[in-house]
Design a protein around this ligand. Structure first.
Ligand SMILES: [Zn+2]
Length: 256
């Protein structure tokens, strides 16, 4: 893995505008269970309905009762979220941001760990499980900013319907985030892909767009993925170990 780390570090240092794309593989190392695969929440509890958003709209009060008193997979996810802390992989991305190399992080994770680690330019394309979003004005709120005396709660700003910021199945990606992801992807000539095989759209489209323009993709995943053949460098290993090592290489390269 040594030559790959050096090659990846050179890509990062030589790029004009680097962005990152992260997914569940990064959070697994913080104790957040994945949705799919071995030990996955949906593997154990069954896949959620594909029309989750339509079900929310049909009965938002029931959805809020479930959120405020979660059971089954949601209970398990909330319990894991409550104690999870960012791991060295999350912190390495913040280091790259501090070094003015990484310009933005697009994450498919909803677990808040990038924020806790200190990421500044963060685009949570599937939302953030700890936040509440108004589906009318798209404003986001902390959990304790909202009055739950009457369910479903109303937006403090526009009285619109509030839901979890987590993007449900069948729900459009919030337009502010999707637009920003598209803009960052257009600027980028290098993408660091960590802990995701990037097979779920729209996130899957971002690395492909960069590769098609001749940009460099760097992949950090334990196993080869569908993306691997498009990557300039593929580093096999867990992101929590590889990303800090990569930061050290970048530091060494810059100092030399
Ligand atoms: Zn609102």
């Amino acid at each position: 893995m040594e030559p790959d780390l050096d090659a990846a570090a050179r890509c990062l240092v030589n790029a004009r505008y680097v962005i990152a794309l992260t997914g569940a593989g990064l959070s697994v190392e913080s104790g957040i269970p994945p949705f799919r695969g071995p030990g996955g929440l949906w593997t154990k509890h069954g896949e959620p309905p594909m029309n989750g958003y339509q079900r929310f709209l049909a009965d938002p009060r029931k959805a809020w009762e479930d959120r405020l008193n979660p059971s089954g997979p949601m209970r398990e996810l909330w319990d894991a979220l409550a104690v999870a802390e960012p791991n060295p992989g999350h912190r390495a991305l913040v280091d790259l941001e501090d070094m003015d190399i990484l310009r933005a992080t697009i994450t498919q994770n909803v677990d808040n760990l990038h924020r806790l680690a200190g990421s500044r330019r963060l685009l949570e394309i599937h939302g953030n499980a700890t936040l509440i979003r108004c589906i009318q004005c798209v404003q986001r709120f902390e959990h304790d900013e909202i009055d739950y005396a009457v369910l479903p709660p109303a937006c403090p700003l526009c009285r619109g319907l509030l839901k979890s910021d987590t993007v449900s199945f069948g729900e459009p990606i919030p337009p502010d985030v999707l637009t920003a992801c598209g803009e960052e992807t257009e600027y980028a000539d290098c993408m660091l892909v960590a802990g995701t095989s990037a097979t779920v759209y729209p996130a899957a489209g971002f690395p492909m767009a960069i590769a098609e323009r001749g940009g460099d993709l760097i992949e950090v995943n334990p196993y080869p993925s569908e993306l691997s053949s498009y990557c300039r460098v593929t580093i096999a290993g867990p992101a929590a170990e590889v990303l800090p090592a990569l930061v050290e290489r970048v530091r060494a390269l810059r100092a030399s």
